[in-house]
Design a protein around this ligand. Structure first.
Ligand SMILES: Nc1nc2c(ncn2[C@@H]2O[C@H](COP(=O)(O)OP(=O)(O)OP(=O)(O)O)[C@@H](O)[C@H]2O)c(=O)[nH]1
Ligand SMILES: [Mg+2]
Length: 380
């Protein structure tokens, strides 16, 4: 099996060498060698030099290039890594982020092995701190599970194993790479496409995910817009798939899931609340148009109390998806204050919980989204 490891980067000189080293050892140990390819967004901190200067075992080759696709973003890097891998007849591509600090050589095995066993898409399953992955926990996970009926816990984890057959599908429509898919929309695009197009999918156990996390209110606004915008775009494209789904089915897992308490992620609750209120004022007119009257009343209250129930949150996302379909919303940006408010609610509710206890709330959320799916179907 020919395995290529792809690493997107943009100014990751401090962490990428470790990732390259772990990947190279994994390729050598489990596959007798292979290729590592880095697609960079024009880093100014010497990321590419660090990649090329990393010492790796014999049989592992390293490439690094700056992608040419004119939209700067993670997706553009992923696109060109896939093109590179097809040219070299790879059977499998394993994507890993360049800021990972918990990656081990086994990760390469765990992503690539299931592809050899007839799977086409391997999603990561890791233990993440309760306050890491707030876009995953609040949106990507419950929406993917309830819409498409697959219990993929980390649909935008960032690291994936993908078969050549599926890579060809991802590249078949160039137009899609001119959207937010070229940026942080790429992860939800990869996962949703694999599910909607009926490919065989599996999760793989990786232990902890430790990376350079972001404080939501300080830096996750643009990422939210890109992920949620892509999710809404794909809802339009695949409406005939998700409309018929009424249950959430488990997805098999490769390996045993570890338990433990990951290193804490810092979240500034106060900043979330301040920014939520500030941005709400700005986006109020368009939210009033996009949301159902009841939903709008609900969020006005939620912005006062910072209590934000899952049912209301599902209606916010469902109303918005409908508004996006009907051209009333062109971007997911007006929802950012509501995401901040929902995140603030979750931070408060889980303040004294372990990561495992907080996990139960996230699982419940997906069930609420499924229960409310009729609400979406009536309005779509
Ligand atoms: N080539 C390229 N890579 C990028 C760009 N932005 C992010 N990346 C890479 O994409 C990967 C994920 O980016 P992160 O910033 O860690 O985002 P994340 O882990 O998904 O998000 P958080 O959970 O919020 O940390 C990393 O390997 C980045 O180097 C970009 O503009 N160009
Ligand atoms: Mg990261």
């Amino acid at each position: 099996m020919k395995v290529i490891v792809g690493i997107p980067s943009y100014n990751n000189a401090g962490t990428i060498s470790f990732v390259v080293k772990q990947a190279a050892e994994g390729l050598k140990k489990y596959f007798g060698g292979g290729i590592i390819v880095n697609a960079d967004g024009g880093s100014t901190d010497g990321t590419r030099e660090v990649v090329l200067n990393t010492k790796v075992p014999d049989g592992v080759k390293i490439y690094s290039f700056v992608y040419r696709w004119p939209i700067p973003g993670k997706g553009s890097a992923i696109k060109e890594i896939m093109e590179f891998a097809l040219k070299r007849n790879a059977d499998v591509i394993v994507f890993v982020d360049s800021d990972l600090r918990s990656i081990t050589p086994e990760w390469i095995y765990r992503f690539a092995k299931p592809i050899g066993e007839s799977y086409d898409f391997v999603a990561p399953l890791y233990v993440r701190h309760k306050w890491d992955g707030t876009i995953t926990n609040n949106i990507a996970y419950p929406m993917t599970a309830s819409l498409y009926g697959k219990d993929v816990r980390q649909p935008i984890g960032g690291d994936f194993g993908i078969s050549r057959k599926l890579v060809e599908i991802y590249l078949e429509d160039e137009e899609i790479w001119k959207t937010h898919v070229a940026r942080f929309g790429v992860d939800i695009f990869l996962t949703t496409t694999a599910i909607a197009r009926g490919f065989k999918i599996i999760q793989t156990s990786l232990g902890m995910k430790i990376h350079d996390p972001k404080d939501p209110a300080a830096s996750l606004g643009p990422m939210f817009n890109q992920v949620v915008g892509t999710l809404f775009m794909l809802m339009k494209k695949y409406e005939n798939i998700w409309k018929n789904v009424r249950t959430i089915k488990p997805v098999p897992t490769f390996g045993e899931l570890e338990k433990g308490e990951p290193e804490p992620v810092k979240v500034t609750l106060r900043l979330l609340e301040i920014k939520a209120r500030e941005l709400f004022v700005k986006h109020k007119p368009v939210l009033k148009k996009a949301l159902n009257e009841e939903t709008f009343k609900g969020i006005v209250k939620a912005l006062e109390t910072f209590e934000f129930e899952d049912k209301l949150w599902s209606h916010v996302l469902y109303d918005s998806a409908v508004a996006y379909k009907n051209g009333i919303l062109s971007e997911a940006k007006p929802l950012v204050p509501l995401y901040f408010a929902k995140t603030a609610d979750f931070i408060k509710k889980t303040m004294n919980m372990s990561t495992l206890e907080a996990e139960k709330l996230v699982e419940e959320r997906a069930k609420v989204f499924l229960e409310e799916k009729d609400y979406l179907l009536e309005r779509w």
